[in-house]
Design a protein around this ligand. Structure first.
Ligand code: ATP
Length: 420
């Protein structure tokens, strides 16, 4: 049932207030009145109003007790005393010990990967551990391999970013200069070969950056992954673990995955089983797809801080659009020395057509459309809002005014309807 009211909650130490904002165009304002509270590891400032919009699923946790006020319409709001926060804090403490040891010995800090099925709180735990690390003065690297949601960039990409301050309550981690690679689909299963190729590449670049930044290196890396854990999904996870040379794997809420990883990982990898929080909310596929749309909208229009994107026409002849993955042929039809899988990472030209309308295009930093294109990170994204076959132009939505930083674009399967 929907509740409309001003609600005040007194939270005892070690408890959390959970609430959801579901109604369309709804806004809920949260304020800490007394005591101390945090939201997924970011401290809340007393007396400061924080806004949450439709789709938000929130937990305000307190170690010492506090009073919190909610203004607006919440779908659900309740206080939970049972949370796994002490267990998560212990994980943070263990990682912190490894960082201290890395500092003393001049070695690399812990590389941690968070795995588990969908909706167990992987992204939330990643955010919590990063926030706790940065609050201790660390500068960890956040890697997001979840192409389905995209916490660093938009869905259909993987990326990494150096975390220098706690996530903002309303806008998440700062999006300054992330390292982003193009995948173009929202599940790794759409092109496993390409997915593994870019994961390997991202791991190489993250390792390189750590070599040049001692503080980041001792702080370590925290990797968020997709919720696809069976069959080929499991292989994708073990490949990522190998590529990033992980030291710790945190398995959320899936015993089978825990046992498999314990069996298959080398002995020096610590595989740890963790309970999920009872507060994590399951999302329907419609909600996931709405969340993906919202991510793309945020990329162009901003969240709390509004952005003002540009719209302009570009001639077909001024762009070079490519797609990754040629149609696959059986091995027997492939030229000598080539495997059928090689076709999946082949870069092929995509000719402009009306089918480009509403597609997201990634703007590459690559100088040429050769093999390097896959291994080169992205400058950003544009969205095609109209295709004029007569005038041979595309109308595009771009965060930046013309000209585009590069004319080499990569076609994504993702679509975005710009009806702002
Ligand atoms: P996916 O596999 O889709 O990436 P996930 O395992 O990463 O999902 P999260 O995105 O971390 O799961 O969590 C799912 C939702 O539950 C999010 O909207 C998050 O804000 C919410 N959530 C997480 N923990 C809590 C909690 N303790 N109380 C209330 N809501 C929570």
């Amino acid at each position: 049932m929907t509740e409309v009211q001003l609600q005040e909650f007194k939270l005892e130490p070690d408890s959390e207030l959970r609430f959801e904002v579901e109604s369309k165009n709804e806004k809920v304002v949260l304020e800490v009145k007394s005591g101390y509270a945090e939201l997924f590891g970011t401290e809340l400032v007393k007396g400061k109003p924080y806004e949450f919009h439709t789709g938000s699923k929130v937990a305000v946790f307190t170690w010492h007790g506090c009073t919190v006020e909610l203004r607006g319409r919440t779908e659900v709001s309740y206080v939970a005393k049972e949370t796994p926060m002490v267990v998560y804090l212990n994980v943070h403490a263990a990682l912190e010990q490894q960082r201290v040891a890395a500092e003393q010995e001049g070695t690399r800090g812990p590389v941690t990967m968070v795995v588990g099925p969908g909706d167990v709180g992987k992204s939330t735990l990643t955010r919590l551990l990063l926030n706790y690390a940065v609050r201790m003065g660390r500068r960890p690297i956040f890697v997001d391999l979840d192409v389905g949601q995209g916490n660093i960039s938009i869905p259909g990409t993987i990326g990494a970013t150096l975390v220098e301050r706690p996530a903002s309550i309303e806008e998440g981690f700062s999006q300054q200069a992330p390292l982003v690679y193009h995948f173009g689909h929202n599940s790794p299963g759409e092109n496993l070969e390409l997915y593994n190729t870019i994961v390997t590449r991202l791991a190489e670049v993250v390792t390189e950056r750590c070599e040049n930044n001692k503080k980041a290196s001792t702080s370590g890396v925290i990797i968020n992954t997709c919720g696809w854990i069976k069959g080929a999904g499991y292989k994708v996870l073990t490949h990522a673990a190998q590529a990033f040379e992980v030291d710790v794997i945190l398995v959320l809420d899936n015993e089978r995955l825990f046992i498999e990883l314990k069996r298959d990982m080398p002995k020096f990898v610590k595989v740890v089983y963790l309970p999920k929080s009872g507060g994590v909310v399951e999302r329907s596929s419609a909600q996931r797809s709405e969340a993906r749309d919202a991510r793309i909208r945020e990329y162009f229009y901003g969240k709390r801080t509004p952005y003002y994107p540009h719209s302009f026409d570009v001639k077909f002849s001024d762009l070079k659009i490519y797609k990754v993955g040629a149609p696959s042929l059986p091995d027997s039809c492939m030229p000598l020395g080539m495997r059928a899988e090689d076709a999946l990472t082949r870069v092929v030209p995509a000719w402009p057509s009306p089918a480009l309308a509403h597609r997201v295009l990634a703007v590459s930093f690559a100088a040429a459309a050769d093999e390097d294109l896959l291994h080169t990170n992205l400058a950003g994204f544009v969205c095609v809002t109209a295709v004029d076959m007569e005038r041979q132009t595309l109308t595009i939505l771009s965060p930046q005014p013309r000209p585009l930083p590069n004319t080499i674009l990569l076609l994504s399967e993702l679509q975005y309807m710009d009806n702002h």
